[in-house]
Design a protein around this ligand. Structure first.
Ligand SMILES: Nc1ncnc2c1ncn2[C@@H]1O[C@H](COP(=O)(O)OP(=O)(O)OP(=O)(O)O)[C@@H](O)[C@H]1O
Length: 722
């Protein structure tokens, strides 16, 4: 709708230049907005991208009815298409028309959904499917066959796979507007998850108990089974005191639950033991299979090469802590999801898919919060009917770089959209509670069990074994996650937590001045190692010196962005004579790769350091740490695209950890900077720190970050509650 005030304002502007009445009217007519002028204005101010404009034009070209335009002749469906496409660029999988959304003001104001509905239903470009998930298919199909319509109607409510009605470019389901492809991804993923969570698995309880006793009798949780048995006996005696004496071992709960479910999510913050738990889970599953004279094919996957390499390393390191007999037939090599599915060059499809499923029985996916909706949908589609999948990740971290927020949607559905309560179980069903009790004698109490099977898919790990109770980082992470500004500020101010510091200086120069002595020491070390020719024996020390500190920025450009901070650090180092800025590949320059190169075994996100070849100090190479903890040099000419990395974005830091993290939030000068900030962004940056965390931001950026949750448009969680 073009608002009265908008037209009035234009008319007033014209009145100001009155010459005669006729001229003024002609001028007003000339300026009455058209769909094209609105879209062009939106493009001009950067509210939409050229791609969004092209999509809107495509939709308008294919709109044959007259119903898609409003009383002023504005093509509402075209504008909605532009908006939906722009939201996809912001990683939403769909657009919720129930929300108060007025993204195109001051150029256009959308009517509420009830008034838009007749227009959308009549549009030749929009299929309206299943009003609010329970109703009939409205104009879903012109199929004559009642049977087909009935099937579609049932499918839209039960999330069985369906073919999109008439292959229209836009789908409206309930109040959510989708691009056809993303609607398909969501429906197919939900359908597969629902079919897997609805399938029962039976475990050999006696054998399971015996294996769990062995698995949890080792390592730090020695005796926890015994303690839990004590808790059971105590419960029988109704002794509250004894119950308190036996804290619940949530890792054991996670193992029992994931062993008995076909889809599970094990989520927790850094150092809460996700890897430790999943190794025990694999050993339990393989042990049970062995007892039944079978052998499971267990595979490990991660969204990036870096995450895959890290999981391979931590699994190999932790495997030795298992009883030797239970280490047999466990995998320790993790591949990327793309490699697992079999990428096809220049194609969005994979070799393994619903028609050609993967050859595996159990799939474990690490860093699952980074997996976007299209990839997760394809991964689930490629699972064989009998398979089990376990997703590991931190639900409070930033979601995937591309559209969707699958991990947090599954968690939201499992929690029935309630917030998590520290040390309390999710609303498990009675059946799941019984399995946990049978297998590991832990008697959990749940006040309101969730009826949807998805509730049994979630295992929450709360206790961090990396941060002690005295750690400010651990406490600050909890305060940020609970969205509380005052306790977060209090932690920064509290002298008992010197590991968290807040600097409100508004110029990056202060940060650079603070870091400079450490970088100078780093470059001295580089020079020393190069001069002594001790690259192969001492090179790893150079890496550990570099990784002691890391600057993280919320954005790449603009104030407090990666480019600004990197340039400032380089310029100050140049002034101090530590580096020569004229050379691209100067000794000590740290670089981060922006692309995988499988032939070189290098991955997007890998960090290398420029240093001369050990045998030829004229020949610069970029050195990387190998899985065997040795160094390997690559000629700059062979290097995949890369950036200097004194500072990196928080997004790029996902999956890495550093001793000291310096996190920079921008001064909020534009709407897009405000939208960039979120609790998840701050939490992700904070939890990269192992020893200390220093925040550089003004009060506004901090409070905006803590207040704002990054909630992506998605209908997945609702679909999982059917
Ligand atoms: N139950 C436990 N008791 C004592 N220490 C534990 C326990 N579980 C894990 N740890 C230790 O805590 C550290 C972190 O564990 P782990 O790597 O499994 O956590 P994580 O959640 O996978 O960590 P991240 O994903 O942040 O790297 C390891 O040193 C591990 O040995």
């Amino acid at each position: 709708m073009v608002t009265d005030s908008m037209v009035k304002q234009m008319a007033n502007n014209d009145d100001a230049s009155k010459t005669n009445k006729l001229d003024a009217q002609a001028s007003v007519a000339a300026q009455v907005p058209t769909t094209t002028s609105i879209l062009q204005n939106l493009l001009k101010i950067g509210r939409i991208r050229p791609l969004d404009l092209a999509f809107a034009e495509f939709v308008m070209l294919h709109e044959h009815g007259k119903h898609a335009v409003d009383v002023n002749g504005i093509h509402v469906v075209g504008l909605l298409a532009a908006y939906l496409s722009s939201r996809l660029g912001e990683q939403d999988s769909c657009l919720n028309l129930d929300n108060t959304y007025q993204p195109f003001l001051p150029f256009y104001r959308f009517e509420p959904i009830d008034q838009l509905l007749p227009m959308l239903s009549a549009s030749t470009c929009v299929a309206v499917v299943d009003e609010r998930y329970t109703g009939e298919v409205a104009n879903a199909s012109t199929d004559k066959s009642t049977e087909k319509n009935a099937l579609k109607s049932r499918a839209s409510t039960s999330c069985e796979p369906v073919f999109a009605p008439q292959s229209k470019p836009l789908i409206l389901q309930g109040s959510e507007l989708y691009m056809q492809r993303y609607w398909q991804y969501e429906v197919q993923l939900a359908s597969k998850i629902n079919s897997m969570t609805g399938r029962a698995t039976t475990l050999d309880v006696a054998q399971g108990q015996a294996l769990l006793a062995q698995l949890f009798a080792t390592h730090e949780s020695k005796g926890s089974l015994a303690k839990n048995s004590l808790a059971k006996n105590s419960l029988a005696k109704n002794s509250a005191q004894d119950q308190q004496a036996a804290p619940i071992d949530w890792q054991q709960v996670a193992v029992c639950l994931a062993a008995s479910q076909n889809v599970s999510v094990i989520t927790g913050g850094p150092g809460t033991g996700k890897t430790t738990t999943v190794i025990r889970l694999m050993a339990l599953l393989q042990g049970l299979a062995r007892h039944a004279h079978k052998k499971l094919q267990i595979k490990l996957a991660a969204p990036t090469g870096k995450a895959a390499a890290r999981l391979s390393q931590s699994i190999s390191a932790a495997m030795g802590k298992l009883p030797t007999a239970l280490q047999a037939d466990l995998p320790n090599q993790c591949s990327t999801i793309h490699r697992l599915l079999g990428s096809i060059a220049n194609s969005p499809y994979f070799r393994f898919n619903a028609q050609h499923p993967l050859h595996l029985d159990v799939l474990i996916v690490d860093e699952a919060s980074m997996v976007d909706l299209p990839l997760m949908s394809k991964l689930f589609a490629a699972l064989p009917a009998h398979a089990k999948i376990i997703l590991l990740g931190d639900k409070d971290q930033l979601a995937s770089v591309e559209a969707g927020s699958v991990l947090s949607d599954i968690c939201a559905a499992a929690l029935n959209f309630s917030p998590t309560v520290y040390d309390q179980p999710p609303p498990y069903s009675d059946e799941a509670l019984r399995v946990i009790k049978d297998l590991c004698q832990i008697d959990l109490q749940v006040s309101t069990p969730n009826k949807a099977p998805i509730s049994n898919s979630l295992a929450l790990l709360h206790k961090s074994y990396r941060f002690s109770e005295k750690s400010g980082i651990g406490r600050l992470a909890r305060a940020i996650n609970s969205g509380k500004l005052a306790p977060s500020k209090a932690l920064f101010a509290d002298e008992r937590y010197p590991d968290v510091v807040w600097q409100t200086s508004d110029e990056p120069k202060a940060l650079v001045a603070k870091l400079l002595p450490d970088y100078q020491a780093y470059f001295e070390h580089v020079k020393h190692v190069c001069a002594q020719g001790t690259l192969h024996s001492k090179g790893l020390e150079v890496f550990s010196l570099l990784q002691q500190q890391q600057v993280l920025c919320a954005q790449k450009e603009a104030n407090w962005g990666v480019l600004q901070v990197n340039a400032l650090i380089e310029s100050e180092l140049n002034k101090k004579g530590a580096i020569e800025l004229g050379r691209d590949f100067y000794p000590g320059r740290p670089v981060m790769l922006k692309q995988n190169d499988h032939s070189l075994g290098l991955f997007n996100g890998d960090i290398g350091i420029v240093m001369p070849d050990a045998d030829n100090d004229e020949l610069m190479k970029v050195w990387f740490v190998t899985e065997q903890n040795t160094l390997r040099g690559v000629l700059p000419s062979r290097l995949p695209p890369h950036d200097t990395v004194y500072a990196m974005t928080i997004h790029k830091s996902q999956g890495s950890e550093f001793d000291h993290v310096y996190l920079c939030l921008p001064r909020v000068e534009t709407g897009s900077q405000a939208r960039l900030l979120s609790r998840e962004l701050l939490y992700t940056g904070l939890t990269r720190a192992k020893k200390s965390f220093t925040l550089y931001s003004d009060e506004q950026a901090l409070s905006l970050s803590i207040a704002r949750r990054c909630q992506r448009g998605s209908g997945l969680a609702k679909r999982l509650l059917f």
